[in-house]
Design a protein around this ligand. Sequence first.
Ligand code: ZN
Length: 247
Amino acid sequence: MSAPGILAARILGDHRHGFTTREGGASRGAFATLNLSATVGDDPARVRENWERLRAATGLDFARVRQVHGCRVVEAAAGTEPVEEGDAVATAAPGVAACVSVADCLPVLLADPRSGAVAAVHAGWRGTIDGAAEAGVKALVERYGARPAEMLAAIGPGIGPCCFEVSRDLAARFRDEVGQVTATSRDQGSRVDLWRANELLLRKVGLARRRIETLGRCTSCEERTFFSHRRDRGMTGRHVAFISTVS
Ligand SMILES: [Zn+2]
């Protein structure tokens, strides 16, 4: 049995955290191998096995939500199945991992060194433009007394500016609402840079540039390492991103 593939962010080194890859699981075919979603058509027994491997590798309880491309932050005191609707999870409970599920959409992990509170945020293009990452920051500020200038953030693997083609209209919205540098439109098409967009949005709410790490890994480019909803035309698995308080 192989261990689950987990990437880490240097900046979150004190926290048990990670971004899973598609490696080290039991699923097959389009879901090979570490698919962590039970709602994408994979064999449920294999998905359970994959979660067992992740729990064994990390020793954490995973607090999950049913994601709806919104900005609601759910506070978790214990591990939960994805039942409650939300697109971010916050916690300060030892041994509990705030966890979101992704396959192209960006995972953003946040940590407040002062209170130890953490959050995991799911930010697709809609969540990015609607302020999902800011909602995560705000939740840590309001509920745990975090100060944005001290907070740490890691922007995980997701579809990169190399591959994220969008309509001209959506690119224009990103330039207007988020920043000129977050989208380009040329004759060959329009592209959005969700990494840059989330970094800019985090800085707008007070995070320091040097406390934000962007992994810069494109899920669509790296087929051996990642699932990609767009590249695989919807028939694919899901990764998770997770973080727990320092304990
Ligand atoms: Zn790419």
